[in-house]
Design a protein around this ligand. Sequence first.
Ligand code: SF4
Length: 256
Amino acid sequence: MRRFSKREVAEFYRRLSASRPIPQTELEFINPFTLLVAVVLSAQATDIGVNRATPALFALADGPGKMLALGEERVAQLVRTIGLYRTKARNIIALSRMLIDEYGGTVPRDREALEKLPGVGRKTANVVLNVAFGEPTIAVDTHIFRVGNRTGLAPGKTPLAVEQGLEAVTPALYKHGAHHWLILHGRYVCKARKPDCPVCAVADLCRYGAKTVIAEMIAARAQAVTAEPLVEPKKRRKKAPTPNLPRKRRRERAGA
Ligand code: SF4
């Protein structure tokens, strides 16, 4: 696979940034602590699913002290719609305790400290550093891993290799937003099963050898639409019975 030149990498990011001028996470949060919790909950789950559960949780607990007071069982009940919720609830309580005991109840702006928290790995630490503290980190999730490899921008066998590749090639100007641009591109355009190559802004730069052609893209979209559950047609409302009017009024209404 031919490597990207510096000019091509800059053009790649320029186009992605033009299509999404304000790169931001789709996870909903209030402060660094709730961001940390939302990212922990998002492991092997969708942002939409996490966003459905977190408003109720964050309304009760927007800091580690309140989360501890809520307790593991209550947290588990509040996030039970998210996969692996019991393990995640346990980690959220444990990390809340650790934040209080070791960091004065605040989220540390430090990768090593973040990675020591229960349920927090390199990817979560990178997201928190980037979104909460404005650091130019690039968290590699499943979407970015795919985009980095497929396009040839930063091929690598492991998420860490892709992260290091992206760190090396991404121009400073785009480093802070790179995580968001790449993740959104992977989520909505360069999708896992049938990427939308015919409408992709970086198609001419991408090195992927099996690009989707327009007929395939249309067929994939049609299949996605027909796979949607059928919605029952609305029942017709019964006509309201004619009120008991005096005979004279009834004749008037009938136009007699
Ligand atoms: S051309 Fe296709 S494979 Fe390449 S980045 Fe775009 S959507 Fe992904």
